[in-house]
Design a protein around this ligand. Structure first.
Ligand SMILES: [Zn+2]
Ligand SMILES: [Zn+2]
Length: 579
């Protein structure tokens, strides 16, 4: 019985030891297994037996041989795969991407003929053509202000008769429009007759000085009658007949149309009151509002083709008569006045008209207009032109050669512009790129400056040369491949330059708007903090060191990456890089 407690104690001790061993043995074995696995994997990777077949790292494509073509999803759902097949996300057929050697210059990519056929890449030749930039605008027809006349009462009186008694009636110069009864005019005429009689008497041998006074009196009364609205012929008639008339015919001052009748028959009018307003409708004005950049292409005398809202299908040609020297601060437009001839009177004031101004591109110095070759035009009325010198029939100013206003008689001065179809250009924001096939299958990214859109496509102001081949169809695929291999692409055409231009890389302020719109940031900040101060202008990011690389110098698969600018969108996610 003495033994029993000791035995019990030793049994208890053994049990607790077993319990402890049981508790630690399994995790310990697991730990040893894991460590061994990691070591084996590390060794295998270091001696090159193990490669990451699915997701090559940034820059890894440089080390691939030409046999190892990667396959990408046309929609870029997943990173490139080394095996052909279908995209696991969108199930589209993967397309062979360029192999690593092809992007040695960092600006281009090689697409083999098979991939090219699958992607449907087509090219088109850049051509230099005579293109016109069509400026289109809508405006309203207005009166030619130069042809407007007001017929006003020069003297108090009463309208006895209105001959032109409705608006819109066409009148000719010197037509009698109305008759004004005016006692004041009558007394002035009587004065004239008295002065005339006195002068006739004084000529019968009285003093020469008295005759002179009477002559002056007659002259001053005549002048007063002119001021009261009588014409020289009407005054002559009074002198000839010797009869004063209290009724004064009011004559049309010009050919035109009555656009306003301000009085009715029997109405009393005071000096200065408007009786009629006349307008010359043989020319009308079309008032346009152009954007300043369009107005800059327009010059005096340029032909304008117009189509009226009320007369669809009929075209009326006019010419630019005036370009406002100011930009309207409210509308940010420039007023342009076009004068259109209206001999048949079918253009109606107030009608809307669509105007098209075709400006030849590539002829900044002089514009060729076949209708103006060898012509002299009026400096104020561009529709008045002649084969030689002369005077304007409207303003009597001397005509000047059309070349004075920037026109040329030589059509060869128009050199033409480079035009490509619109789908050649890939644009994002204010960046535009095209892909030039510099050698067969060799597509090079090119930043371009766009000109205006023309009928045949879009003008390339800078960045291309005539005769170059540019990708038209499939250029989005080329661009996505450029992006995948880390070359400059549409999203950031500046990657290539920012690598060498260090100052620009670090000084460029980081804008939240520059961040990629889609895709998670897979590059963590070096200090582990959340990147909440994105506004910092010089913040840079550094890739964390890979977890199982034994050293950067010997690491076979992770080349030095260097600093990555936060504003640069990640070309692809970087798996295998632990935060
Ligand atoms: Zn996909
Ligand atoms: Zn003129």
């Amino acid at each position: 019985m003495n033994k029993t407690p000791a035995t019990k104690d030793s049994l208890k001790t053994r049990d607790s030891m077993r319990w402890w061993i049981k508790l630690f043995l399994q995790p310990l074995l697991l730990l040893i297994f894991l460590v061994t696995t990691f070591v084996v994997l590390g060794v295998l990777q270091q001696i090159g037996l193990l490669t990451d077949t699915n997701t090559p790292l940034v820059g890894d494509l440089d080390n691939q041989t030409e046999d190892s073509t990667s396959y990408i999803c046309p929609m870029m759902c997943t990173p490139p795969s080394l095996k052909p097949g279908r995209c696991p996300v969108c199930a589209m057929e993967l397309v062979a991407a360029a192999s690593g050697n092809n992007q040695a210059d960092g600006r281009s990519i090689v697409i083999d003929s098979v991939a090219r056929r699958v992607a449907g890449i087509e090219t088109v030749t850049v051509e230099k053509i005579m293109a016109h930039h069509a400026i289109e605008s809508i405006g309203e027809l207005e009166y030619d202000q130069g042809g407007r006349k007001t017929l006003a009462a020069y003297v108090d009186g009463r309208i006895e008769q209105l001959y032109a008694d409705y608006t819109g009636v066409k009148v000719s110069e010197k037509d009698t429009l109305a008759v004004l009864y005016s006692p004041k005019l009558y007394s002035a005429q009587v004065e004239l007759l008295l002065a005339l009689r006195a002068r006739e008497k004084s000529q019968d041998g009285t003093l020469a000085r008295v005759a002179e006074i009477n002559e002056n009196l007659q002259r001053s009364v005549r002048q007063r009658l002119i001021e009261l609205g009588m014409t020289k012929n009407q005054i002559d008639a009074v002198e000839r007949t010797g009869r004063a008339d209290s009724r004064l015919p009011l004559l049309a001052p010009t050919n035109g149309t009555v656009v306003k009748k301000a009085v009715v028959e029997g109405q009393y009018v005071s000096e200065g009151d408007t009786i009629y307003e006349l307008a010359d409708l043989s020319n009308v004005w079309l008032m346009l509002q152009l954007f300043p950049e369009d107005a800059a292409l327009v010059r005096y005398g340029v032909k304008v083709r117009t189509e009226l809202q009320s007369l669809p299908g009929q075209y009326f040609d006019g010419r630019v008569a005036f370009i406002d020297p100011l930009v309207d601060p409210r509308t940010r437009t420039v007023g342009v006045r076009v004068v259109i001839q209206n001999p048949d009177g079918i253009l109606r004031i107030g009608d809307y008209a669509t105007a098209t101004i075709e400006v030849p591109l590539g002829s900044a110095d002089a514009m060729y207009d076949p209708e103006l070759v060898g012509q002299w035009i009026s400096p104020r009325h561009p529709h008045i032109m002649s084969d030689g010198p002369g005077n304007c029939s409207i303003c009597a100013m001397p005509l000047v050669p059309a070349i004075t206003f920037g026109f040329t008689d030589d059509p060869s001065l128009n050199k033409g512009v480079l035009v490509v179809p619109r789908d050649v250009v890939l644009s994002a924001g204010n960046k535009s790129v095209v892909y030039v096939e510099s050698e067969p299958g060799h597509f090079e990214i090119r930043n371009v400056v766009l000109g205006p859109v023309v009928e045949d496509g879009i003008v390339i102001a800078d960045g291309l040369q005539a005769g170059e081949e540019v990708a038209r169809k499939g250029n989005f695929l080329i661009d996505s491949q450029m992006q995948l291999v880390g070359n400059p692409s549409l999203i950031d055409p500046t990657i290539a330059t920012s690598v060498t231009d260090v100052s620009r890389t670090t000084v460029k302020p980081i804008n939240l708007g520059d961040l990629p719109p889609i895709g998670p940031m897979s590059v963590p900040p070096s200090d582990g903090s959340a990147p909440d101060d994105l506004g910092s202008p010089t913040q840079t990011m550094r890739l964390a060191e890979p977890s199982f690389s034994s050293g950067e110098e010997n690491g076979p698969s992770i080349p030095p990456v260097g600093e990555m600018k936060l504003a640069d969108p990640p070309a692809m996610s970087v798996p295998g890089v632990a935060p």
